[in-house]
Design a protein around this ligand. Structure first.
Ligand code: SAH
Ligand code: SF4
Length: 363
């Protein structure tokens, strides 16, 4: 048993199974995640005999940290090995009022959005809970606390490699540890899950773990979105907008963040802005415009800064909140959509995925 795979309820049940007091789970969770313990001997408030028993029956096995890079702007990228031939990346982005860790949830991604480097690489497998949490575990160890004793990582976004809602159970368990006061103690508003719009899973997330939700919109109509975000063929905009409304209805102070990658001559005209205003009329939301981050052979260009500003002001003129995402860490390929790691594609994407989409549409 790798203890980094368990949240508090899981660890509590496990301690009961091995005939120990359930409160041990809280103690061990604190050692694992607040102190970053790497072996049981560090857990000094456990009796020697219990530590020995844990050594016999469990492991603390984070993914292997293989490289770390720092960008000129303070962004840091960690490369983690998750089995032979497969590596995923996690990125820390320092800002004046917070420090955000961008976490990956899959090795590659099967959804193949046209403008995304991860999507280009194909899909290998879901990350385990320990592999998702291991990113925070390592980054937290590397970054530690500020002089006031506050953790440097104040926010987590699931915006790295992969589609988090297609790895639902592991992601929810990992979120449960991120939010647990005995572990990272992040408030649910400081943890954002980004999805390309897996509608049924959005509903399940709202019931199980209603963290802040970002939706990768990228287009105001189905024709364009079908092309840029192919999963739209399965869950078109009408269903997606309804799911967004259901998500925020449960928590009235909340809003959806719509991410919108700015592609020159593709989705950045004034008519696109007008259509977006119409589309999102009854969804409490904010827009985050992301200047496209290029990668080799992407076939797209970033919209000029002036176009992005014009687009933002068109949304703002309609009373929407629209911010422009600053590109961070692009000198180390750590910007949005550039995370590549290393993926042994097992999906034989083109054929198999087109079949999956067709089945989905038929169903
Ligand atoms: N799979 C999830 C989360 C990971 S992607 C999702 O798609 O939402 C995180 C964000 O980066 C998404 O909004 C995605 O559309 C965006 N993105 C992907 N490639 C990009 C690129 N080349 N430039 C800018 N943003 C990109
Ligand atoms: Fe997957 Fe998100 Fe990239 Fe689309 S944008 S291919 S869903 S990681």
């Amino acid at each position: 048993m790798n203890l980094l795979d368990l949240d508090l309820p899981g660890l509590t049940a496990w301690f009961q199974d091995i005939g120990e007091k359930p409160f041990r789970a809280r103690q061990v969770l604190r050692w694992l995640h607040q102190h970053g313990a790497e072996d049981f001997d560090q857990m000094t408030d456990l009796a020697k005999s219990l530590r020995e028993k844990l050594r016999q029956s469990a492991q603390i096995r984070p993914p292997v940290l293989v490289a770390e890079q720092a960008a000129a702007d303070g962004t840091r990228k960690f490369l983690l090995e998750v089995g032979p031939g497969n590596r995923v990346e996690t990125v820390f982005i320092p800002e004046t009022d917070r420090g955000t860790l961008c976490v990956s949830t899959q090795v590659g991604c099967a959804l193949e959005c046209r403008f995304c480097s991860t999507g280009r690489q194909g899909f290998n497998r879901n990350l385990s809970v320990a592999e998702i949490l291991g990113q925070l575990w390592w980054a937290n160890k590397a970054l530690g606390r500020d002089p006031r004793g506050e953790r440097i990582i104040s926010n987590v976004v699931l915006m790295g490699m992969g589609e988090p809602l297609l790895n639902f159970d592991n992601v929810v368990t990992a979120l449960s540890v991120m939010l647990d006061d005995h572990a990272y103690g992040l408030s649910r508003r400081r943890v954002t899950l980004s999805t390309s719009g897996i509608v049924p899973a959005m509903d399940r997330l709202r019931e199980r773990m209603p963290v802040a939700l970002a939706v990768s919109l990228h287009a105001p109509d189905d024709a364009l979105r079908d092309e840029l975000v192919p999963i739209n063929r399965k869950y078109p905009l009408r269903e997606l907008m309804a799911a967004c409304r259901r998500y925020v209805a449960a928590a009235p102070r909340d809003f959806i963040t719509f991410e919108y990658v700015m592609l020159e001559g593709v989705n950045d005209a004034s008519e696109h802005a007008r259509a977006l205003i119409e589309l999102t009329r009854d969804v409490p939301c904010k827009f985050n415009l992301i200047p496209f981050n290029p990668f080799p052979d992407s076939g797209y260009r970033r919209s000029p800064a002036q176009t992005v500003r014009r687009f933002a002001s068109e949304l703002q003129a309609a009373g929407l909140i629209a911010t422009i995402r600053k590109t961070r860490g692009d000198d180390i390929d750590a910007a949005c959509g550039q995370l590549a790691g290393e993926v042994e594609d097992k999906s034989r994407r083109v054929l198999r995925r087109m079949d999956a989409l067709r089945v989905g549409v038929a169903a």
